[in-house]
Write a protein that binds this ligand. Structure first.
Ligand code: XMP
Length: 509
């Protein structure tokens, strides 16, 4: 199988690079720069190497650097941002910090004729994020692109080493896809015959071998991620997989029954439903701080699993449906912590299983859906909107009570119903209600009311790393607002959240 190595120097977009390569039907795997030697790279038979960006400056003592040998293995290399500067540094060029040319955001790019820019117009928009830049090129290299402030926005040795200061992996770089395509196919001569189906096939084969005769427990929530992880594992080890579905009382309206039914009846899987509402609500009593809520729920989840596992007998592995955005936003590697997603950062350090398996850890949501479809999971489940592990706990702002959860469940069900009725389920990628902790005064039947404020949130996104608020038609918002205030007694006001991510996140907590 053809594959490309993404050598990780600590940038925010490393997985995005791997994903962009996979989108072009070439398998990409990421390795930290200090976890693979030039000999190992050679032995693996990579068709190309991509150096990622990173937050450091090449001259800092602790900067991540690989051996210069990596550039001379006879395998084409593409450096991106920090990766580009590192190539210049390793090859004897000069990198400078100059605040007056720091570029951040959309910048006009001018490219020269070069294999990397085949089909890219002379002028186009690219996305930059740098203060350092390549001031003196290494011998044998030529500038192949510039911007107004950056004298070397791209360079190459005309043979097998290419470097770009901008980020071809982000969608704001209009011809970024072409640049990566030219590297993969024009320079590395890849064939592009890898498919997402191969991912599922290979994962099933690997787990068949790795988990032969072992007992495996899966944390099933009924969301897309854990469902795909569970079905994948079920295909590999059949009844050695037991799914535990913890109903923490923080689910949406009627969700618990539905999840149980689907997996028992449609997939014929071993599933145990644990009703743990009282336990979770007791643990969450009086807690208002979002990170604390997440940690408590994450920890209780594991405790409940441990207990179930003990009833089953010896369990060797625990499967979780963690996907890549959960990993990066929980501050794995060098990225900084935004929130502790419950299936990553919230894990207690001491647990009773030998190991945790996360088959989807490297995939983005849409890739998970593609795997789900490959596995034959019905579209209505594969296309379910995501639902966070901590459930409605992070959608009830402030203290959580059963009463507030019930209020939110009703409002949320109405909002989702209106979206469905309007046929907008595929227009918006995630939509839900949030019960805020603010109350406001209103008037109903000549009497003063003092009810909760509910916020409606709908976002449009393809990877959940960034998201736009969805411009829902006014009529839909109007109907939802009317029904919520009429049908849910304690809600006195409905507002619509018009914030994108960044600066906000999708969930409120
Ligand atoms: P944020 O709020 O981080 O959400 O912008 C991005 C996506 O992740 C979901 N989300 C979670 N999923 N465990 C999960 O499995 C969590 O703890 C968690 N927190 C947020 C969120 O619903 C959105 O789809």
């Amino acid at each position: 199988m053809e594959k490309v190595l993404v050598l990780d120097f600590g940038g925010q977009y490393n997985q995005l690079i791997a994903r962009r390569v996979r989108e072009q039907n070439v398998y990409a795997e990421i390795k930290p720069y200090n976890k693979i030697t030039p000999e190992e790279i050679k032995k693996e038979g990579y068709k190309g190497i991509i150096f990622t960006g990173g937050p450091n400056s090449v001259y800092e003592e602790k900067s991540p650097r690989c051996s210069k040998e990596v550039l001379h293995l006879g395998i084409p290399v593409l450096g991106i941002c920090y990766g580009a500067q590192l190539i210049a540094y390793l090859e004897g060029g000069e990198v400078c910090k100059a605040d007056n040319i720091s570029e951040y955001g959309r910048v006009r790019l001018e490219v020269k004729e070069d294999t990397l820019f085949e089909g890219v117009p002379s002028f186009s928009e690219c996305w930059m994020s740098h203060t350092d830049y390549v001031k003196v090129l290494p011998e044998g290299f030529e500038v192949t692109a510039t911007t107004e402030h950056c004298p070397c926005a791209a360079m190459s040795n005309g043979k097998d080493i290419y470097a770009v200061q901008f980020h071809p992996e982000v969608t704001h770089t209009v011809y970024g896809k072409s640049v990566l395509h030219n590297f993969l196919f024009g320079v590395c001569k890849c064939k592009g015959d890898w498919q997402m189906a191969d991912f599922a096939k290979e994962a099933i084969e690997n787990y068949k071998k790795q988990l032969a005769g072992k007992k495996v427990l899966c944390a099933l929530s009924g969301g897309v991620d854990s469902s795909v992880a569970a079905v994948l594992l079920h295909k590999a080890i059949g009844d050695n997989l037991t799914c535990v579905f913890v109903d923490h009382g923080l689910l949406r309206k009627d969700e618990g029954d539905m999840v149980e039914k689907i997996f028992k009846e449609r997939f014929n899987m071993k599933i145990i439903r644990v009703n743990a509402e009282d336990l979770f609500l007791a643990k969450l009593k009086g807690v208002t701080e979002p990170e604390k809520k997440r940690k408590i729920i994450g920890e209780e989840f594991i405790r409940v699993f441990e207990k179930e596992a003990k009833k089953i007998g010896k369990v060797n592995y625990l499967v979780q449906g963690t996907i890549y955005p959960d990993v990066i936003e929980s501050g794995a590697g060098d990225a900084s912590t935004i929130k502790s997603h419950h299936n990553v950062g919230g894990l207690p350090s001491v647990i009773d299983f030998d190991e945790i398996i996360e088959p989807l850890r490297m995939l983005f949501k849409d890739e998970v859906r593609a795997v789900g479809t490959e596995l034959g999971i019905p579209a209505d489940l594969v296309w379910r909107q995501p639902f966070p592990g901590p459930g409605l706990a992070i959608r009830v702002i402030g203290e959580i009570t059963k009463e507030k959860l019930d209020i939110l469940r009703e409002a949320d069900a109405i909002f989702r119903d209106e979206i469905k009725r309007a046929g907008l389920e595929k227009i918006t990628n995630q939509y839900f209600a949030v019960l805020t902790d603010s109350r406001s005064v209103g008037v109903m039947g000549d009497a003063r009311t003092y009810g909760y404020t509910v916020a409606l949130r709908a976002v449009t996104t393809d990877d959940f790393m960034t998201a736009d608020w969805t411009k829902l038609p006014y009529e839909v918002l109007d109907r939802a607002s009317n029904r919520i205030t009429n049908e849910v007694r304690s809600i006195g006001r409905v507002v619509y959240d018009v914030t994108s991510k960044p600066p906000a996140t999708v969930e409120w907590e």
